[in-house]
Design a protein. Structure first.
Length: 218
Protein backbone atom coordinates (compact mmCIF):
# COMPACT_ATOMS: atom_id res chain seq x y z
CA UNK A 1 0.00 0.00 0.00
CA UNK A 2 1.02 3.60 -0.53
CA UNK A 3 0.21 6.03 2.26
CA UNK A 4 0.25 9.82 2.55
CA UNK A 5 0.84 11.20 6.05
CA UNK A 6 -0.32 14.83 6.34
CA UNK A 7 0.52 16.11 9.82
CA UNK A 8 1.89 19.52 10.87
CA UNK A 9 3.71 18.22 13.95
CA UNK A 10 6.84 17.21 12.07
CA UNK A 11 8.27 14.89 14.72
CA UNK A 12 4.97 13.05 14.96
CA UNK A 13 4.57 12.90 11.18
CA UNK A 14 8.06 11.51 10.71
CA UNK A 15 7.56 8.98 13.52
CA UNK A 16 4.29 7.77 11.97
CA UNK A 17 5.92 7.49 8.55
CA UNK A 18 8.92 5.55 9.84
CA UNK A 19 6.69 3.18 11.78
CA UNK A 20 4.50 2.52 8.73
CA UNK A 21 7.58 1.92 6.59
CA UNK A 22 8.63 -0.75 9.05
CA UNK A 23 5.27 -2.38 8.26
CA UNK A 24 6.40 -2.67 4.58
CA UNK A 25 4.23 0.28 3.48
CA UNK A 26 5.37 3.02 1.09
CA UNK A 27 4.90 6.40 2.79
CA UNK A 28 5.10 10.04 1.68
CA UNK A 29 4.99 12.86 4.25
CA UNK A 30 3.76 16.47 4.11
CA UNK A 31 3.35 19.04 6.86
CA UNK A 32 0.57 21.29 5.56
CA UNK A 33 -2.66 21.06 3.62
CA UNK A 34 -1.38 22.79 0.51
CA UNK A 35 1.39 20.22 0.10
CA UNK A 36 -1.13 17.43 0.77
CA UNK A 37 -3.33 18.60 -2.10
CA UNK A 38 -0.29 18.79 -4.36
CA UNK A 39 0.72 15.20 -3.57
CA UNK A 40 -2.83 13.95 -3.99
CA UNK A 41 -2.95 15.59 -7.40
CA UNK A 42 0.02 13.62 -8.76
CA UNK A 43 0.07 10.33 -6.82
CA UNK A 44 -2.42 7.57 -6.14
CA UNK A 45 -2.69 6.73 -2.44
CA UNK A 46 -4.55 3.92 -0.75
CA UNK A 47 -4.86 5.81 2.54
CA UNK A 48 -4.32 9.38 3.72
CA UNK A 49 -3.49 9.78 7.41
CA UNK A 50 -4.83 13.31 7.75
CA UNK A 51 -4.43 15.72 10.64
CA UNK A 52 -7.60 17.78 10.80
CA UNK A 53 -5.86 20.99 11.92
CA UNK A 54 -3.38 21.46 9.08
CA UNK A 55 -1.96 24.91 8.26
CA UNK A 56 -2.33 26.71 4.89
CA UNK A 57 -5.22 24.49 3.80
CA UNK A 58 -7.33 23.05 6.61
CA UNK A 59 -7.59 19.28 6.90
CA UNK A 60 -11.34 19.54 6.36
CA UNK A 61 -10.75 21.02 2.91
CA UNK A 62 -8.22 18.31 2.07
CA UNK A 63 -10.76 15.68 3.09
CA UNK A 64 -13.44 17.29 0.93
CA UNK A 65 -11.03 17.31 -2.02
CA UNK A 66 -10.30 13.60 -1.61
CA UNK A 67 -14.00 12.80 -1.50
CA UNK A 68 -14.79 15.06 -4.47
CA UNK A 69 -12.09 13.34 -6.56
CA UNK A 70 -14.17 10.17 -6.39
CA UNK A 71 -11.22 7.78 -6.26
CA UNK A 72 -10.48 4.83 -4.01
CA UNK A 73 -8.34 6.77 -1.51
CA UNK A 74 -9.46 6.30 2.10
CA UNK A 75 -9.07 8.96 4.79
CA UNK A 76 -8.05 8.32 8.38
CA UNK A 77 -8.51 11.62 10.19
CA UNK A 78 -6.38 12.48 13.22
CA UNK A 79 -7.21 15.21 15.72
CA UNK A 80 -6.62 16.25 19.30
CA UNK A 81 -10.37 16.85 19.62
CA UNK A 82 -11.84 13.61 20.93
CA UNK A 83 -15.40 14.66 21.74
CA UNK A 84 -18.24 12.85 19.99
CA UNK A 85 -19.45 15.95 18.04
CA UNK A 86 -15.92 16.40 16.66
CA UNK A 87 -15.76 12.79 15.52
CA UNK A 88 -19.20 13.03 13.96
CA UNK A 89 -18.22 16.23 12.14
CA UNK A 90 -15.07 14.61 10.77
CA UNK A 91 -16.94 11.58 9.50
CA UNK A 92 -19.63 13.82 8.00
CA UNK A 93 -16.95 15.43 5.83
CA UNK A 94 -16.34 12.05 4.22
CA UNK A 95 -13.52 10.67 6.34
CA UNK A 96 -13.58 6.87 6.48
CA UNK A 97 -12.23 6.61 10.01
CA UNK A 98 -11.33 8.89 12.91
CA UNK A 99 -8.56 8.47 15.48
CA UNK A 100 -8.15 10.94 18.39
CA UNK A 101 -4.71 11.91 19.68
CA UNK A 102 -2.89 10.54 21.58
CA UNK A 103 -3.21 7.07 20.05
CA UNK A 104 -1.49 3.71 20.24
CA UNK A 105 0.63 3.14 17.16
CA UNK A 106 -0.52 -0.48 16.83
CA UNK A 107 -4.08 0.80 16.54
CA UNK A 108 -3.06 3.30 13.87
CA UNK A 109 -1.42 0.50 11.86
CA UNK A 110 -4.49 -1.72 12.23
CA UNK A 111 -6.80 1.06 11.05
CA UNK A 112 -4.55 1.96 8.10
CA UNK A 113 -4.40 -1.67 6.98
CA UNK A 114 -8.17 -2.05 7.34
CA UNK A 115 -8.77 1.06 5.23
CA UNK A 116 -6.19 -0.12 2.70
CA UNK A 117 -8.11 -3.36 2.23
CA UNK A 118 -11.23 -1.33 1.48
CA UNK A 119 -9.33 0.79 -1.06
CA UNK A 120 -8.31 -2.29 -3.06
CA UNK A 121 -10.17 -5.27 -4.48
CA UNK A 122 -10.76 -7.88 -1.80
CA UNK A 123 -8.01 -10.46 -1.51
CA UNK A 124 -7.74 -13.53 0.69
CA UNK A 125 -5.83 -13.14 3.98
CA UNK A 126 -3.16 -15.50 2.60
CA UNK A 127 -1.87 -15.03 -0.95
CA UNK A 128 -0.77 -18.22 -2.73
CA UNK A 129 0.57 -18.94 -6.20
CA UNK A 130 3.16 -21.25 -7.77
CA UNK A 131 4.08 -22.80 -4.42
CA UNK A 132 4.54 -19.38 -2.79
CA UNK A 133 2.43 -18.50 0.24
CA UNK A 134 2.47 -14.98 1.71
CA UNK A 135 0.70 -13.91 4.89
CA UNK A 136 0.35 -10.08 4.91
CA UNK A 137 -0.73 -9.90 8.55
CA UNK A 138 2.16 -12.00 9.90
CA UNK A 139 4.57 -10.80 7.20
CA UNK A 140 5.65 -14.37 6.52
CA UNK A 141 6.65 -16.03 3.24
CA UNK A 142 6.80 -19.76 2.50
CA UNK A 143 8.03 -21.67 -0.57
CA UNK A 144 6.57 -25.18 -0.75
CA UNK A 145 6.10 -25.10 3.01
CA UNK A 146 9.61 -23.79 3.72
CA UNK A 147 9.88 -20.49 5.56
CA UNK A 148 11.72 -17.82 3.54
CA UNK A 149 13.30 -14.84 5.27
CA UNK A 150 12.89 -11.72 3.11
CA UNK A 151 13.52 -8.01 3.59
CA UNK A 152 10.71 -5.47 3.86
CA UNK A 153 11.09 -4.37 0.24
CA UNK A 154 11.33 -7.95 -1.03
CA UNK A 155 8.13 -8.72 0.87
CA UNK A 156 6.38 -5.66 -0.62
CA UNK A 157 7.45 -6.58 -4.18
CA UNK A 158 6.37 -10.20 -3.74
CA UNK A 159 3.02 -9.11 -2.35
CA UNK A 160 2.36 -6.91 -5.38
CA UNK A 161 3.30 -9.73 -7.77
CA UNK A 162 1.02 -12.18 -5.98
CA UNK A 163 -1.85 -9.70 -5.89
CA UNK A 164 -1.57 -9.38 -9.68
CA UNK A 165 -2.70 -13.03 -10.00
CA UNK A 166 -0.42 -13.82 -12.92
CA UNK A 167 -0.59 -10.45 -14.66
CA UNK A 168 2.58 -8.55 -15.48
CA UNK A 169 3.52 -5.79 -13.02
CA UNK A 170 5.70 -3.06 -14.51
CA UNK A 171 8.81 -1.66 -12.88
CA UNK A 172 7.02 1.68 -12.60
CA UNK A 173 4.10 0.06 -10.77
CA UNK A 174 6.45 -1.64 -8.33
CA UNK A 175 8.23 1.65 -7.65
CA UNK A 176 4.84 3.29 -7.10
CA UNK A 177 3.53 0.62 -4.73
CA UNK A 178 6.60 -0.54 -2.81
CA UNK A 179 8.73 2.62 -2.56
CA UNK A 180 7.94 6.25 -1.84
CA UNK A 181 8.45 9.44 -3.86
CA UNK A 182 12.07 9.81 -2.79
CA UNK A 183 13.16 6.88 -4.92
CA UNK A 184 15.06 7.69 -8.11
CA UNK A 185 12.84 6.60 -11.05
CA UNK A 186 15.97 5.65 -13.00
CA UNK A 187 17.37 3.41 -10.27
CA UNK A 188 17.91 -0.32 -10.74
CA UNK A 189 16.60 -1.02 -7.23
CA UNK A 190 13.63 -3.04 -8.54
CA UNK A 191 15.87 -5.28 -10.65
CA UNK A 192 18.23 -5.85 -7.72
CA UNK A 193 15.35 -6.55 -5.32
CA UNK A 194 13.77 -9.05 -7.70
CA UNK A 195 17.16 -10.71 -8.20
CA UNK A 196 17.70 -11.22 -4.45
CA UNK A 197 14.08 -12.31 -4.04
CA UNK A 198 14.52 -14.98 -6.73
CA UNK A 199 17.64 -16.26 -4.99
CA UNK A 200 15.90 -16.54 -1.65
CA UNK A 201 12.83 -18.26 -3.09
CA UNK A 202 15.06 -20.91 -4.67
CA UNK A 203 14.63 -23.20 -7.65
CA UNK A 204 12.85 -23.51 -9.91
CA UNK A 205 12.52 -19.71 -10.34
CA UNK A 206 8.97 -18.43 -9.96
CA UNK A 207 9.39 -14.71 -10.72
CA UNK A 208 9.60 -14.25 -14.48
CA UNK A 209 10.97 -11.22 -16.28
CA UNK A 210 8.95 -9.95 -19.23
CA UNK A 211 11.53 -7.97 -21.24
CA UNK A 212 10.65 -4.31 -21.61
CA UNK A 213 7.47 -4.72 -19.58
CA UNK A 214 8.04 -5.92 -16.02
CA UNK A 215 7.71 -9.01 -13.83
CA UNK A 216 5.14 -11.69 -13.12
CA UNK A 217 4.52 -14.91 -11.25
CA UNK A 218 2.86 -16.98 -14.02
Amino acid sequence: MRILVAEDEELLADAIAEGLRRETLAVDVVYDGDAALEKLGVNDYDVVVLDRDLPLVHGDEVCRAVVAAGGETRVLMLTAAAEVPDRVAGLALGADDYLPKPFAFVELVARVRALGRRARPATPPRLERAGIALDPARREVFRDGRFVSVSRKEFAVLEELLRAEGAVVSTEQLLERAWDENIDPFTNVVRVTVMTLRRKLGSPPVVATVPGVGYQIP
